[in-house]
Design a protein around this ligand. Structure first.
Ligand SMILES: C[S@@+](CC[C@H](N)C(=O)[O-])C[C@H]1O[C@@H](n2cnc3c(N)ncnc32)[C@H](O)[C@@H]1O
Length: 401
């Protein structure tokens, strides 16, 4: 253990306070590695200095954070503060949001204590990076988790107790069904709950906001789309939702020749239609049935495999493999869990999948085992966001390698 004198620790505290007093400089914010190191080091230190009752309170109040964030989003408190160029008093925020001034004062006191907003002097508040993250469009994430997933999260203890602490593998008997008192699969349930479906669709494209994206790193044109013609199908986005990654691909390579196709269930394609983009074709398709688009350059799935157990993944993969040609690659965009020291963003995602779909994130070993057993060979894995372990897994049927 590094030994530091009391004076050295005081100097460190002073330096950290200086650093935190203003917005961090671009030299830190734009350096992903340095930024992550600082985040992790301060988090470890923060944990190490907690008194026992701090730890209990910070963890036990989890439900309150979610609810209070939701209140701030619903009342537009974060948005109002984020939109102001100067600090505001609680009365001013109350007037703009229509909240009782006494209540607003209590809200703002709470938010500043957790550093979701900044208190510049007595009764003067301003936005910080967290306030901005909770303002539109990011506040959608708060609504999504608070509305759609909290019932499943809340059901976890009772679910595990009543299921003998066995690893859930049946998507029709997961914490979701207990929390919602339903027997339906979540993807079916969402079809008859428009508010929840809308939140799901809105949140998906924003989930990785601020982190590096796969197209920043993966050389798509060089690896997948060389010498294409107008009629070449270059990208089939299977289970695309509203096509965020197909849109990103078109924006990154506006000159690229060839067709981009999104595929999803009927109600999702219906939601896409009013916002359809040129250069992207939409198709209703159930990935448990034979893939109708043959010989595409890339079959891409983001966050699809992680929604399913291995048996269902095999079905989906075999449907794709039967459509692939020598020139085709499979691109799986999912988390590859680190064997040691998995980051919290990836373990949260894993518990989220467990709660909603009795599904899971996979480690590198699990990915190799899954794809090998389906008859695929992994050619490479490109980790593009160390914060989450998000990666592109490039694979081909063994007979084409
Ligand atoms: C977790 S979302 C991922 C969406 C998108 N790929 C993304 O990363 O933003 C899963 C998607 O799979 C779609 N889906 C679920 N079951 C499907 C099926 N049987 N056939 C086609 N799509 C399906 C859902 O409608 C949803 O859009």
């Amino acid at each position: 253990m590094a030994s530091m004198s009391t004076t050295e620790v005081e100097e460190l505290v002073y330096k950290l306070e200086q650093l935190a007093a203003e917005d961090l400089p671009p030299s830190i914010l734009n350096d992903n590695v340095l930024r992550r190191k600082l985040r992790e080091a301060t988090q470890s230190l923060n944990t190490a200095v907690q008194w026992p009752s701090d730890s209990v309170h910070l963890i036990a109040y989890g439900a309150l954070y979610s609810s209070m964030a939701r209140v701030g989003v619903d009342t537009k408190t974060f948005e109002v503060l984020g939109g102001s160029t100067k600090p505001m008093s609680s009365e001013e925020v109350a007037e703009k949001t229509g909240v009782d001034p006494v209540l607003m004062k209590r809200f703002l006191r709470f938010y500043q204590s957790f550093r979701w907003i900044k208190e510049t002097s007595e009764n003067q508040f301003t936005a910080n990076n967290v306030t901005k993250a909770l303002s539109p469009p990011g506040g959608t994430g708060i609504k999504y988790y608070n509305t759609v997933l909290n019932p499943a999260f809340t059901a976890l203890p009772e679910y595990f107790k009543s299921h003998g602490y066995k690893n859930p593998t049946n998507p029709l008997d997961s914490p979701w069904q207990l929390g919602y008192n339903t027997s339906e699969h979540p993807f079916v349930w969402l079809q008859s709950h428009p508010e929840h479906f809308q939140l799901f669709m809105s949140w998906l494209p924003m989930e990785r906001e601020g982190l590096p994206q796969w197209l920043d790193m993966f050389p798509f044109e060089e690896h997948v789309a060389r010498e294409t013609k107008d009629e070449t199908v270059i990208f089939v986005d299977i289970g695309s939702a509203l096509g965020s990654q197909s849109i990103a691909l078109r924006e990154k390579y506006p000159q690229l020749k060839g067709r981009v196709i999104i595929q999803d269930q009927q109600h999702v394609i219906d939601a896409w239609t009013p916002n359809a983009r040129p250069g992207i074709d939409a198709m209703v398709y159930n990935f448990f049935t034979p893939q109708p688009v043959k010989g595409a350059r890339a079959y891409y799935m983001r966050n699809i495999m992680h929604d399913h157990q291995d048996g269902q993944c095999h079905e989906i993969l075999h449907n794709i493999m039967a459509a692939m040609s020598h020139d085709s690659v499979l691109l799986i965009d999912d988390i590859v869990l680190r064997e040691v020291g998995a980051p919290w963003r990836s373990t949260m995602a894993d518990m989220n999948l467990l709660s909603a779909l009795a599904a899971k994130e996979r480690s590198q070993k699990e990915w190799y085992a899954l794809l090998e057993s389906a008859g695929l060979k992994i050619l490479s894995i490109w980790e593009y966001a160390a914060e989450t372990g998000d990666s592109i897994i490039v694979a081909k049927p063994k007979e084409f390698v």
